[in-house]
Design a protein around this ligand. Structure first.
Ligand code: ZN
Length: 158
């Protein structure tokens, strides 16, 4: 895992490119949050919930580039258990989890984190670093999302 950490700086620009393209795509065609969802987003720490757009999809999109897929695989992202993905103010959620409040709340915590860290790039840099060391889902950003989601939605929430 340490060797992946050393390749991270060279692969980050490709991650940024992919994430920003996906965010733009979501913002262009997805729906905003309902009033209840916006209230949840604020509870999750989001400052500008009106900027969030959610695109419901059959399966979460994966980067086409092999090097990005390899990174994601090593880190454990995009596993079959992955049901949401926050890309700036754009959120992908799996359609079969549309009614699961906790899934959206979890991704909203990540949106709040990027706001707090002054941008998607600083957030991704830190988030991916933590996914390698200590490893997903043990990093502080992922743990914060899990703990806040449980605090908002109940102990059994993801
Ligand atoms: Zn998460």
């Amino acid at each position: 895992m340490k060797s992946i950490l050393s390749t991270l700086p060279s692969i980050l620009p490709l991650v940024f490119e992919w994430v920003e393209k996906q965010e733009a795509l979501i913002l262009a065609k997805a729906e905003g949050l309902t009033e209840d969802q916006q209230a949840d987003a604020i509870r999750a720490g989001v400052s500008s919930p009106e900027k969030i757009r959610v695109l419901y999809v059959e399966t979460l999109p994966k980067p086409e580039r092999q090097d990005l897929q390899f990174l994601a695989q090593q880190i454990g992202l995009f596993s079959p258990r992955s049901i949401g993905l926050a890309l700036g103010y754009g959120i992908y959620l799996r359609r079969d989890f549309r009614e699961a409040r906790s899934t959206l709340v979890h991704e909203c915590v990540h949106v709040g984190q990027h706001e707090r860290m002054n941008g998607v790039r600083p957030f991704l840099t830190e988030y991916l670093r933590e996914c390698i060391d200590p490893g997903y889902p043990f990093g502080s950003l992922e743990q914060e999302a899990i703990i806040m989601t449980q605090a908002i939605c109940g102990q059994n929430a993801r």
